[in-house]
Write a protein that binds this ligand. Structure first.
Ligand SMILES: NC(=O)c1ccc[n+]([C@@H]2O[C@H](COP(=O)([O-])OP(=O)(O)OC[C@H]3O[C@@H](n4cnc5c(N)ncnc54)[C@H](OP(=O)(O)O)[C@@H]3O)[C@@H](O)[C@H]2O)c1
Length: 266
């Protein structure tokens, strides 16, 4: 399944309705990926409620460690705290949230150790640009990195120039966040009618079009956030929408990059 759900809406708390979105996604549509992080306030604990209520085995959990905790002293403390908050004995995919000054040798050593101990199934990174990936892959066992979670959407296509092909060629899974780019997308569509016309013609919302765009290539896993089952259902129309016939016109208005663009981060 190329889609997963974000959890920053759980920063302070969750409600029966906001948790229900995850139940509906997993049990009606087979979308079982949950993207959380120790940075997102109460999110790990709120995700824990979902796992408890509907069964740990029915979900695939991505969690992230802060660079400040990527130290000899803090790594296991952080991992244990996350496991405890999530109420589980394993995390499916554990990511370094962003690089900062993290020691990449230590990162690989600790992640591989946690994998051997069964605390995590796979590990990866987030917000790593090509240079960061090159540095990581120079480290012994750095090539065991499973995924890189990066900002990518129709309006920020910079990573198509180098990072997405780089990951793809090396079998490292790209995961997109802010895939709906709600900060600017609605304004931008008001600026030109192209995307809205495609949406109208196909009976889909802009968010579904943006998801279809993100998952069209590179075997990418697209993370998006929604607090309503209604939006979830609308967005999942991306799975039945063939964007290929529209790519020429999309490229005209939102061109693919023709030179290096530094990785955008949120
Ligand atoms: N690795 C990282 O550094 C990083 C950084 C940022 C985010 N993330 C992850 O990515 C997740 C999503 O990214 P994001 O928070 O930037 O948000 P996003 O998924 O790009 O956009 C979410 C927004 O879109 C709205 N939306 C969704 N479907 C809609 C629809 N059909 N119609 C109208 N509005 C719709 C949601 O509102 P409704 O609730 O009303 O649907 C919400 O306000 C986060 O929760 C987090 O898990 C990771």
């Amino acid at each position: 399944m190329p889609l997963g759900l974000g959890t920053t809406q759980f920063w302070y708390d969750s409600t029966r309705e906001t948790r229900e979105v995850f139940h509906e996604a997993a049990f009606s549509y087979g979308i079982n990926v949950i993207d959380t992080a120790e940075m997102y306030g109460n999110s790990n604990k709120e995700v824990g409620k979902i796992l408890k209520q509907w069964g740990r085995e029915n979900f695939y959990v991505i969690d992230k460690i802060l660079p400040d905790n990527m130290t000899e002293e803090n790594f296991m403390k952080s991992l244990r705290r996350s496991l405890n908050d999530l109420g589980t004995d394993y995390i499916d995919l554990y990511l370094l949230h962003w690089r900062e000054k993290a020691d990449l040798n230590l990162l690989v050593e600790k992640m591989e150790e946690a994998k051997r101990e069964g605390y995590i199934k796979e590990w990866g990174v987030s917000n790593f640009d090509v240079k960061d990936m090159e540095d990581l892959l120079k480290v012994k066992n750095g090539d065991k990195c499973y995924a890189n979670e990066i900002m990518y959407n129709l309006f920020y296509r910079g990573v198509e120039y180098d990072l997405l092909p780089y990951l793809h060629e090396r079998g490292i899974k790209p995961i997109s966040y802010s895939t709906l780019d709600t900060r600017t997308s609605r304004n931008r569509t008001a600026e030109n009618k192209v995307l809205r016309k495609i949406c109208e013609e196909n009976g889909i919302c802009l968010e579904a079009l943006m998801l279809a765009f993100a998952i069209r290539k590179y075997d990418l896993l697209a993370i998006f956030k929604t607090t309503t089952v209604e939006h979830l259902k609308e967005n999942l129309k991306c799975l039945d929408f063939d964007i290929e016939p529209y790519m020429d016109i999309i490229n005209e208005y939102y061109p693919a990059p023709t030179r290096k663009v530094p990785l955008e981060k949120r």
